[in-house]
Design a protein around this ligand. Sequence first.
Ligand SMILES: *[C@@H]1O[C@H](CO)[C@@H](O)[C@H](O)[C@H]1NC(C)=O
Ligand SMILES: *[C@@H]1O[C@H](CO)[C@@H](O)[C@H](O)[C@H]1NC(C)=O
Ligand SMILES: *[C@@H]1O[C@H](CO)[C@@H](O)[C@H](O)[C@H]1NC(C)=O
Ligand SMILES: *[C@@H]1O[C@H](CO)[C@@H](O)[C@H](O)[C@H]1NC(C)=O
Ligand SMILES: *[C@@H]1O[C@H](CO)[C@@H](O)[C@H](O)[C@H]1NC(C)=O
Ligand SMILES: *[C@@H]1O[C@H](CO)[C@@H](O)[C@H](O)[C@H]1NC(C)=O
Length: 183
Amino acid sequence: RLVASGSDLLLEAKTAEVGPGEQFMWRFNTTSNLVKFRLGSEPLIKYKERTVFSKQNYSLLLKNMQHSDSGNYKAVVSGLEEKTVTEYTIRVQVSPVTLTVTPTNPGCYNFTVTCRTVDSQINGTFQCDNKTWCLLHQTHLKDSSLKVYVKESSVICNHSNQVSWKQDVKDVSSLCQKEKCKI
Ligand SMILES: *[C@@H]1O[C@H](CO)[C@@H](O)[C@H](O)[C@H]1NC(C)=O
Ligand SMILES: *[C@@H]1O[C@H](CO)[C@@H](O)[C@H](O)[C@H]1NC(C)=O
Ligand SMILES: *[C@@H]1O[C@H](CO)[C@@H](O)[C@H](O)[C@H]1NC(C)=O
Ligand SMILES: *[C@@H]1O[C@H](CO)[C@@H](O)[C@H](O)[C@H]1NC(C)=O
Ligand SMILES: *[C@@H]1O[C@H](CO)[C@@H](O)[C@H](O)[C@H]1NC(C)=O
Ligand SMILES: *[C@@H]1O[C@H](CO)[C@@H](O)[C@H](O)[C@H]1NC(C)=O
C-alpha cells in the first residue's frame, strides 16, 4: 500500500478475537511494538502524540506518515502462542520539494541553491563563468534521498525513495548572461 508523505494512515485489525489473558499488539518491522493491549486495561502506546488506538475495534491510526514509517505492520494476538491477525506492507511516498536559487553576496557569479522538504533541506553552490555554469558542491545528508544537480540550463532538486520521486526545477540560464559584475 502506498501512502503520501504527511498523510494519516488507518490500519484496521479486521477480526481480532482477544480472549482473557491474551494480549493484542500492533508490531512494526517485527522488532518494535507500537501498541500493547489487554482487555480491561489501558493500552501501552509507543508514540502517544501520533497514534490513536481504538479499544473497540483495535484499529490503529498513524498520523503524519514519514519516509521512515515505511515497512511491515502486523496485528498480533499472543496468548500461549502468537498469531498474526492482519498484516500490511506500507510504503510512504516522498514529499514535495521546493528549490530556491539566491545570489551569494557579494560575488555575482556564485549562487546558493536550497532544496527543502517538510523535514529536511540541502544546500548547494554553483558558479557561472563565461555563460556556462557548474555545481561546485552540495551538502550531504545521512539520508541520501535529496539530491541537487545541474542539467542543461536548469538546476534540479530530486527527492526520491524506492517508490517515488518528486522534483523541482529552476531555469537558471538568465543568471549567467551577465558579462560583468559590480563588487
Ligand atoms: C474502528 O474505530 C475507529 C475509531 O473509532 C474508526 O475510525 C474505524 O472506522 C473503525 N473501524 C471499523 C472497521 O469499524
Ligand atoms: C522496516 O522494514 C523495511 C522493509 O524491510 C525497511 O525498508 C525499513 O528501512 C525498515 N524501517 C525501519 C525504521 O527499521
Ligand atoms: C565563487 O566560489 C568559488 C569557490 O568557492 C570561489 O573560488 C570564487 O572566488 C567565487 N567567486 C565569486 C565571484 O565570489
Ligand atoms: C543551508 O543553509 C541554511 C541557510 O543558508 C542554513 O541555515 C542550513 O543550516 C544549511 N543546511 C545545511 C545542511 O548545510
Ligand atoms: C567563452 O566561451 C566562448 C565559447 O565557448 C569561447 O570562445 C571564449 O574564448 C570564452 N571566453 C573566455 C574568456 O574564456
Ligand atoms: C530522480 O531520482 C530517481 C531515483 O534515483 C530517478 O528514478 C528519477 O529519474 C530522477 N528524476 C529526475 C528528473 O532526474
